[in-house]
Write a protein that binds this ligand. Structure first.
Ligand SMILES: Cc1ncc(COP(=O)(O)O)c(C=O)c1O
Length: 355
């Protein structure tokens, strides 16, 4: 605390990101990164722009990246907004569409950045309790006062709503914006982008951080009808004209045009998730039916927190959330087959030893 801090700085409750250890021997399965590298074309495109041209500002309107995204998503460029990671897109969306005196709704177990933004902007919220099976309570997400946000698939559960359920939430909130955060959609859930034409209150956000193995370049985007996108542009241009740097622009454009490569890596992650889930179940663990690149796991025979701490000591980083509803669970990102085999061995050894 400093006497120089504004009230906003004093009252902020910042998000605590997963650890980013530097040691290369660590098997890092705690922040849902893609275990495979970006495509060679993507890396080449970024290297090409690292030249004297960097003395210039990047394009503030990111028109050509918007065209690539529009083409991929089957919308027009005016329906696309690009941000410095989808976190930034979400932060702008909270400012553009939610009000300080109108409570928004999001699930009680969800991406922990939502309450952070709400707190920062003074937006009240109602954390909607999940169903007993950890699915989002669709009925309870209707009739919000100020708006709705949820990830699909949800994090950290990995459970996805079907498209008709997302549509029910949209219909149940006709006068408020519903943000569907599709950070993990490419790993097996249904995207709501096809509903954008029909629902003026829908904003879908996506990121290149997970599906395109580009968490390091910070590019995310939103799809919505033109007036929602204009609202986001108004906030962005009141904050920073050049949110996307030239290197990220080149990488994102190439990655989104390099579909075959990324489709293959997505398949590999999904296949690993399937066998790893089954192997954990064979150990007696309870594993939710994830459509994302991570699994939400309830260990049996050992405490979740103990498992998290013990694995960390042994060089395996997974995620544990010290919150009442999920204290019995850990979240494990899907790595390569080799990484998951080593983790499985370590867990089996721990269960078999007298620890
Ligand atoms: C549900 C969800 N939404 C959004 C993000 C933000 O991703 P990024 O800012 O890397 O695009 C994350 C990151 O972990 C996430 O889990």
């Amino acid at each position: 605390m400093s006497k120089f801090w504004s009230r906003t700085a004093r009252e902020a409750k910042p998000y605590i990101p997963g650890e980013q250890p530097n040691e290369s021997q660590i098997i890092k399965l705690n922040t849902n990164e893609n275990p495979y590298p970006p495509s060679p074309n993507t890396l080449e495109a970024m290297k090409e722009v690292v030249n004297e041209g960097l003395r210039k500002y990047p394009t503030p309107t990111v028109d050509s990246l918007k065209r690539v995204i529009a083409n991929r998503e089957g919308v027009n460029s005016e329906q696309v907004f690009v941000g410095n990671g989808s976190d930034e897109v979400l932060a702008f969306a909270f400012q553009a569409f939610f009000e300080a005196n109108e409570a928004i709704k999001f699930p009680s177990v969800t991406y922990s950045f939502y309450p952070v933004y709400a707190n920062l902007y003074g937006i009240p919220y109602q954390a909607v309790t999940l169903n007993d099976d950890f699915t989002i309570d669709v009925e309870a997400m209707k009739q919000s006062i100020g708006g709705v946000i949820f990830p699909n698939p949800n994090a950290p559960t990995g459970l996805a709503l079907r498209l008709y359920q997302v549509e029910e939430i949209l219909q149940g909130n006709p006068n408020n914006v519903v943000i569907v955060d599709e950070a993990y959609v490419e790993f097996g859930a249904e995207s709501a982008v096809e509903l954008v034409e029909q629902y003026p209150n829908l904003l879908v956000t996506k990121t290149l951080s997970k599906s395109h193995a580009l968490a390091g370049i910070r590019v995310g985007y939103a799809i919505g009808q033109e007036d929602l996108i204009e609202g986001l542009e108004r906030i962005k241009n009141s904050f920073n004209s050049y949110t996307i740097n030239s290197v990220s622009l080149a990488g994102a454009e190439t990655a989104l045009s390099d579909d075959a490569y990324y489709r293959e890596t997505l398949e590999r992650v999904i296949n690993t998730r399937v066998w790893f889930k089954q192997s954990l179940e064979e150990l007696g663990f309870e594993v939710l039916d994830s459509k994302a690149n991570f699994l939400f796991v309830k260990p049996t025979g050992v405490e979740a927190e103990w498992l998290y701490l013990t694995l960390k000591e042994r060089g395996f980083y997974i995620r544990y959330f010290d919150k009442p509803e999920v204290r019995g669970y850990v979240r494990i990102s899907i790595g390569t087959d080799e990484e998951m085999e080593r983790l499985l061995n370590e867990i089996s050894n721990l269960l078999n030893s007298d620890c």
